[in-house]
Ligand binder design. Structure first.
Ligand code: PMP
Length: 408
């Protein structure tokens, strides 16, 4: 981070203090995972109580059953869950489960969508315009050294273009284990998926016999029943992470019993072995359960209202200062775009050089006014925020947009 990185010293509620003593309203919230902000007393208590009882066992504990039951009761398409330690691991296990269930090698994922750092999941994460191809996406390596075989086993589909995505999925159908989709992919612009797009993925995956996997590592914070509840579409597998750990490292792969059966050891080796020294760690489980219990319907209503107010306030400032751009997002998440065109997917969200310049002025402007948001314009709100905090965020964003305007 230029001109120098900010080191966090401590956090409390929605406020973060850095080691130089500056205070910020934290809209990064550990990249969306701290839905209750920092050091929430109920989460401290839950984690501390578990610490006095032991922090890790090579045995199951009641805590994982309690959290699994709560999550399964909220997510319409989830009967069973297995916990792990990160969203990356959750996505990896979901893709492996789809392969184990179908006996097929390939997966499909959306261009520009981030799903963690498993080789297959990070294909075509950031292709530049020179790699876009003419009509449909091609699979492009993200990391140097990605084996060609990985690229050959990933079909990159466009986000929010049902016709093209269905065409590609049908073309590779017989070899396809699963289709991985984030209903509101942050790196691809944070634009919500059209319902018709997700419905098309739902029906084509059934047609070709591939599993539909929703990556809800971020979108589970959008509503009481996650994105699958909001969009009313039931995936076969779901990945979770971030908020479900109450501020501790976490991930989960979840889904219908028939698909989760690939993990079942029964009386022998399961189709898909899944180990993990710290999986379902009881400190994480207890903090996660406390976080989820606090996150009731009323908490979501409040988060939705705050998100709507911040989006409306920033959109008004765009108008007021004559800067092209607007906010996108749903519920407690929003992103600021400096584009003068409709944003629908990764390619339309791709920043021009001039937009990158404006984004940088905006981010610096926010920081100088005590608001911490992700450098690429992402804001994640938290339950400890008050209406005064919302006003402060909007005022800082508005002043930062005035600076952008002055630079035009
Ligand atoms: N999926 C999505 C949609 C994510 O946003 C992320 C992380 N930002 C991941 C997976 C990976 O999660 P983790 O960082 O916990 O490995």
């Amino acid at each position: 981070m230029k001109p120098y990185p900010i080191y966090a010293a401590r956090g409390e509620g929605c406020r973060l203090r850095d080691i130089d003593g500056n205070e910020y309203i934290d809209c990064i919230n550990n990249f969306t995972s701290l839905i209750h902000g920092h050091a929430h007393p109920a989460l401290i208590e839950a984690a501390s109580r578990q610490l006095t009882l032991g922090s890790a066992f090579g045995l199951p504990t009641q805590s994982e059953i309690d959290l699994a039951e709560l999550l399964a009761s909220r997510l319409p398409a989830v009967d069973q869950l297995r916990f792990c330690n990160s969203g990356t691991e959750a996505v990896m296990m979901a893709l492996k489960a789809a392969r184990a269930f179908t006996g097929r090698p390939k997966i499909a994922k959306c261009e520009g969508a981030y799903h963690g750092s498993y080789d297959y999941a990070e294909v075509s994460l950031d292709p530049g315009p020179e790699a876009w191809g003419r009509n449909v996406p091609v699979s492009v390596a993200y990391a140097r050294g990605t084996p060609d075989n990985v690229l050959a086993d990933v079909i990159t589909i466009p986000f929010n273009d049902a016709e093209a995505a269905v065409g590609l999925i049908r073309e590779h159908g017989g070899e396809l284990a699963g289709v991985l989709v984030d209903p509101m992919p942050n790196r691809a612009g944070l634009v919500p998926a059209d319902k018709a797009y997700l419905e098309a993925l739902r029906s084509i995956t059934r047609e070709v016999g591939a599993l539909l996997i929703f990556d809800e590592v971020i979108t589970f914070r959008l509503g009481y029943e996650g994105a699958q509840g909001l969009w009313a579409i039931e995936p076969d597998l779901t990945t979770l992470g971030k908020i479900i750990g109450g501020g501790f490292p976490v991930g989960a792969v979840a889904g219908r019993r028939e698909f989760m059966a690939v993990f079942d050891p029964g009386h022998g080796k399961p189709a898909l072995p899944h180990g993990g020294t710290f999986s379902a760690n009881p400190v994480t489980m207890r903090a996660g359960l406390a976080a989820m219990e606090l996150l009731d319907q009323a908490a979501f209503e409040r988060l939705d209202a705050m998100g709507a107010a911040v989006r409306a306030g920033i959109d008004e400032a765009f108008q007021q200062y004559g800067v092209p751009g607007r906010t996108v997002g749903v519920g407690s998440l929003l992103k600021v775009h400096f584009a003068d065109r409709p944003i629908r997917d990764y390619r339309s969200a791709y920043l021009t050089e001039e937009e990158t310049r404006r984004q940088a002025i905006f981010s610096r402007g926010l920081l100088n006014r005590g608001v911490l948001a992700a450098g690429y314009g992402l804001f994640a709100l938290s339950t400890p925020m008050t209406d005064v905090d919302v006003d402060t965020i909007v005022a800082a964003a508005s002043d930062a947009l005035a600076e952008v305007s002055a630079s035009l």
